[in-house]
Design a protein around this ligand. Sequence first.
Ligand code: SF4
Length: 212
Amino acid sequence: MTKKERIFNIKTLFLEHYKDAQTELCYTNLYELLIAVMLSAQCTDKRVNMVTPTLFKIYPSTKELSKADITNVAEIIKSVSFFNSKAHNLVAMAKKVESEFNGEIPTTQKDLMSLNGVGQKSANVVLGEFLGMNYMAVDTHVFRVSHRLGLSNSKKAIDTEKDLTKIFKDNLNILHQGFVLFGRYQCKALKPTCNNCFVAAYCVSKANFKPQ
Ligand code: SF4
């Protein structure tokens, strides 16, 4: 089998298995999704989903959040990792959206990345999930799965993102979500469940790869 055929087969299998995959973060609009993604950095979706209902109720848009007392926001999200810096970033993000984007969350990678606390990974997740745009994002799960399947040898997440973007070319948002769910529930860091793995034929290592 050629390298090209191998990549095509893996891509086809993931698109079949995860064609309707969606984020497990709870949200009802772009503002809520952006906040949930910002909070999810180095934190589980389950934990984020526990704090966002209260946060969204008290601060339903950037208008209210931009005027928020940071200590109040921090108190609401205190069970989330790095809650102090995340609270700062949330309020700063809302202020900037109000002052520079007329209160509308921007929908380009460049503009999203100009907001406090929003890096390329978060911007890509938001654009892929909400607008179905063709962006890959590499978190710990996507990194591990990519390396176990021999799709990337890069040591950094950002370089693995480039590798996956180059080899898959399209449907990147669906593949991202598929890799996340596959890594979270089957190809787990410790004790992956390999006996019924749909891509076992393409697995090159069961090591626990982590981005540097
Ligand atoms: S065989 Fe196991 S380690 Fe390899 S991709 Fe499948 S679940 Fe992951």
